[in-house]
Design a binder for this molecule. Structure first.
Ligand code: PMP
Length: 420
């Protein structure tokens, strides 16, 4: 009764049609297979069907901003933890998956941000999604004020709290935020969710000013420092540490996968908030804990990054040198207050073409950033030079960019010529 035998489920056709549309819109995702060789970072090995041994490629799009993932002491910590504890965690945090390393790393992250407690998640994505969804379903009437450019993981958590109300404020617009806070019922529980460094534009929020508004209107603050931890502040505690305002933020979230070069996400906050989320956040409770080798490596990395300011200085010296060389060669880039160097292109196909030619003709890898990651018309290459990029690598990249942008009519002298 009601059975249709041998029928192809409509979802198969749905997938084919959706993929055709994605291809047609130039949004189909191809992943370039690049093998990271720890001892040669940021030179990667590219797998190529036409070359049995592949070839070397200099990578400009890594989020391992400080190269901590290839630091021998960090690698050794991972290896030691595998030897001591095995390859996996063996359970959720509640079911035999909590090693002493997990507890140590949580204490380390809390201390980095000057908070009472910390909580690890399997990724930065999950830390945002699980924490925000759980907080915003905890009491009736929550209103979440969310920056328009917040990361997908925060949006997933905010949307997942279906009974709460969301008010989006314009990106980094304090007046808009205040207007919207003032218009909300005074007695509703409020939360402001925002980031310190916005990774696609490389701009920063004014954390102190947002916290002042939060105090004025009685809102909780939730700050994503994913692209800032390890890089900013005397010990790498992020922009909130650099600006001396970490104590004003209620919940600081970060990743162990970017500035710390390993893997995993975390939040830090007052002990009561952490304890509450530990006991109620589904994305924390019902998943296998991070493997001890990942936790051991992250712990080693965080300790080194905290103690060794020279790594941050080296990063910013390299970023500044790269910008000077781009400027000297007349290559357009967006000046940002962060370590992120966007090269504006403004067209998805052109952006992909430049990226492809950089790789194929010059052995330089820079990911094209297209819609829906950024709005249409603002497509760009997003470069993240780091301590391991040499002067020679920079010269090669600047020359390659100048050649390809000129071929596309995107050098400033060509644009001026067109306008005149
Ligand atoms: N927040 C922001 C702002 C991010 O850009 C990302 C990932 N790129 C995440 C959170 C998720 O972090 P993770 O990669 O550790 O999952």
């Amino acid at each position: 009764m009601g059975a249709i035998k041998n029928a192809r489920h409509p979802f198969y056709d749905h997938c084919d049609e959706a993929l055709d549309r994605i291809r047609h819109e130039g949004r189909y995702r191809n992943f370039t297979p690049l093998a990271r060789h720890a001892e040669r970072f940021p030179v990667y090995g590219e797998e190529r069907p036409d070359m049995p041994d592949g070839r070397d490629v200099v990578v400009w799009s890594t989020n391992d901003y400080l190269g901590m993932g290839v630091v021998p002491e960090v690698q050794e910590a991972a290896i030691a933890a595998v030897r001591d504890h095995g390859a996996g965690a063996g359970g959720t945090r509640n079911i035999a998956g909590t090693s002493p390393l997990h507890n140590e790393l949580e204490a380390e992250m809390a201390s980095l941000h000057g908070k009472e407690a910390g909580l690890l998640f399997v990724s930065g994505y999950v830390s945002n999604q699980a924490s925000l969804q759980t907080i915003l379903t905890s009491m009736p009437g929550w209103i979440c004020f969310s920056d328009r450019l917040n990361h997908a993981s925060m949006i997933a958590g905010i949307k997942g709290a279906r009974a709460s109300q969301t008010v989006i404020f314009e990106h980094n617009d304090l007046e808009d935020l205040e207007r919207k806070l003032a218009a909300a019922p005074a007695d509703a529980p409020k939360l402001i969710a925002f980031e310190s460094v916005y990774s696609m534009d490389g701009d920063m929020s004014d954390i102190g000013a947002i916290c002042a508004l939060a105090r004025k209107y009685g809102a909780l603050t939730y700050l994503d420092e994913v692209h800032a931890v390890g890089l900013y502040g005397a010990e790498g505690g992020g922009v909130s540490q650099r600006d001396g305002v970490a104590d004003q933020v209620d919940i600081i979230e970060g990743t162990l996968a970017k500035g710390f070069g390993v893997h995993g996400g975390y939040i830090t906050a007052a002990a009561g908030i952490i304890d509450f989320l530990r006991s109620t956040a589904s994305g924390f409770i019902f998943t296998t804990a991070l493997p001890p080798c990942v936790v051991g490596a992250a712990l080693q990395s965080v300790r080194m990054v905290r103690a060794e300011n020279w790594r941050r200085e080296a990063l910013f010296e390299r970023v500044n040198t790269f910008r000077q060389r781009l400027r000297a060669a007349g290559v357009p880039f967006t000046m940002t207050p962060s370590h992120i160097v966007p090269i504006p292109v403004g067209d998805a196909e052109c952006c992909k073409r430049i990226s492809r030619r950089l790789l194929n003709e010059f052995g330089q890898y820079a990911t094209p950033i297209n819609y829906p990651t950024v709005p249409e018309g603002t497509e760009r290459l997003r470069l993240t030079p780091g301590p391991f990029h040499t002067d020679e690598m920079m010269d090669d990249m600047v020359r390659a960019l100048a050649t390809l942008l000129r071929a596309e009519g995107l050098m400033p002298e060509q644009r001026t010529g067109q306008a005149a």
